[in-house]
Design a protein around this ligand. Structure first.
Ligand code: GLY
Length: 423
């Protein structure tokens, strides 16, 4: 099988690595890829946001796997499907589940899916009025793609108002203001062909920049899987109350969702509640979910593209754990510095370094984005995987580079619990 992975980041590096381990894959290309993906996949330059350019590149491949949300929302999957190449990734219309918070809320309302009550505001004055009428913590969401930085949770009314103003000016013409939901967050990835849905292992992301979940939201500073503190039966509950109703509603509307539905969930005192949907594999969670998947990946993704997911065997998972720690460039997320050398020393057993914001300059790997590397480790336990991941981080040298020191720490210490459910 000839497979083209589209995208430039650590998620695409993780996808490429997993696909390169699949004996069915005879040719692997990652476009544009980065300085790490070239180790396992041929690189091809392409503007990932240009549907016609990607469709032209896709000719001759047996499967195209689209990584980031930008191309999906731009309709790249539609263009590839239109030239007859199977594609893993939803149509532009279905990708609106991520592209528009308002659309996602409308689908959830129609499908009876639990999520926080919200108001959509189209002006700063309206947002200020809605915020003033609420009590803290305030939750404000930009209504458009914002690279994981489109959500603010704060007790500070002025900060919430300013965030709403800024989002209206820079991201989209609406903001969504939500009721606050308690409980820890978990990411559940679901493979779907538009009818059948198969969950992957849940993972937990660390979205804030700094230790102790302080600082601004980022694209994600680290993740781990599996999520040992998740109460038994949670995945089944989420599949029945969230995922299947949304997939059925999308199909009913004539815009079936095919690809990866990412449910960002709060495990709240009122049960699982949707924080957000994304229309693609999450980053950095993919870096910890895929190393634990023993079922070959290409056949699964092709089955989603071809509508044959129901025919697949149940997934097989390794019994261990995985942890990834993001190494970010100086200045991330506001103003990351580019062009610094990335030096990776000897890595311990079970550790791999997945590239995100890197490029080759005269044969030297240098930084070219905010999140530079995802240092990923597997182990027999979460403790072992975490120890190895931080040994791997210690082997990385980037001037001004930094990472959080507490990825997976609370889970290892057993400090995460789900609030008792209200009756
Ligand atoms: N982990 C957050 C995201 O992928 O959007």
């Amino acid at each position: 099988m000839k497979v083209l992975v589209l995208g430039p980041g650590a998620r695409e590096h993780a996808l490429s690595l997993a696909l390169s381990r699949d004996p069915a894959v005879t040719q692997l290309t990652c476009a544009p890829g980065n300085a790490g993906t070239v180790e396992v996949a041929e690189a091809r330059p392409v503007n990932t946001l240009d549907p016609d350019a990607v469709a032209a590149l896709a000719a001759g491949f047996d499967l195209v796997v689209i990584g980031p949300e930008g191309p999906l929302v731009a309709g790249v999957a539609d263009a590839v499907r239109a030239v007859g190449v199977p594609v893993f990734g939803p149509s532009g219309e279905a990708a609106q589940l991520e592209g528009s918070k308002t659309f996602a809320k409308e689908i959830m309302a129609a499908a009876g899916v639990p999520t926080a009550a919200s108001d959509t505001c189209t002006s700063a004055d309206q947002a200020v009025a809605v915020l003033t009428a609420r009590t803290p913590p305030y939750v404000v969401k930009a209504d458009g793609l914002a690279a994981g930085k489109g959500v603010l949770v704060t007790r500070d009314l002025l900060e919430a108002e300013n965030f709403a103003r800024d989002a209206l000016a820079t991201v989209g013409s609406q903001v969504v203001i939500e009721e606050y939901t308690d409980g820890p967050e978990v990411s559940l990835f679901v493979l779907t062909d538009g009818t059948t849905a198969v969950p992957l292992l849940p993972a937990q992301d660390h979205k804030r920049l700094l230790d102790g979940d302080e600082g601004p939201n980022t694209g994600g500073m680290g993740a781990y899987a599996p999520v040992s503190w998740l109460p038994a039966g949670t995945v089944d509950t989420v599949m029945a109350t969230v995922v299947q109703p949304v997939i059925d509603e999308m199909r009913r509307r004539g815009t079936p969702f095919r690809g990866l539905l990412y449910a960002g969930l709060f495990l709240s005192s009122r049960g699982p509640s949707v924080c957000e949907f994304n229309c693609r594999f999450g980053d950095p969670e993919t870096q910890v979910v895929l190393p634990l998947l023993e079922t070959p990946l290409a056949g699964l993704l092709l089955a989603c593209a071809n509508g044959t997911l129901a025919d697949q065997e149940p997934l097989v998972w390794s019994s261990g754990a995985a942890v990834t720690v993001v190494v970010a460039a100086e200045g991330y997320p506001a103003d990351p510095v580019s062009g610094d050398a990335v030096v990776v020393g000897e890595l311990p057993e079970g550790v791999s370094v997945l590239h995100a914001g890197t490029r080759l300059e005269d044969g030297v790997v240098v930084t070219s984005g905010g999140r530079v590397l995802s240092v990923t480790a597997t182990g027999r336990s979460l403790v072992e995987a975490r120890t190895r991941a931080y040994e791997g981080v210690a082997a990385v040298t980037i001037r001004g580079g930094f990472s959080r020191s507490d990825i997976a720490a609370k889970a290892v210490r057993g400090e995460i619990s789900v609030p008792k459910q209200e009756d």
